[in-house]
Write a protein that binds this ligand. Structure first.
Ligand SMILES: [Zn+2]
Length: 71
């Protein structure tokens, strides 16, 4: 008769979606900004309007600093 091994699964599941803080640098005017998204996302430069800037860096934003993009 085999021993039954019970795995204790942590029931602490965060209801918050994974957030990432994206760091952008405009290739046109060198404006830098950061934004928080729940997914990979390009952004537009707020200074010169250059479109679809890709983030050069991203990090977890799971520090309670809520994003205004996520309700
Ligand atoms: Zn720009």
């Amino acid at each position: 008769m085999d021993d039954v091994v019970f795995y204790i699964v942590p029931l602490v599941v965060k209801p918050i979606p994974m957030l990432f803080r994206k760091f952008y640098r405009c290739e046109r005017c060198s404006n830098e900004w950061a934004d928080v998204w729940s997914a990979k996302c390009d952004d537009d430069c707020s200074r010169c309007g250059a479109r679809h800037m890709s983030p050069y860096k991203s990090e977890d934003a799971d520090d309670g600093e809520a994003a205004d993009h996520v309700s």
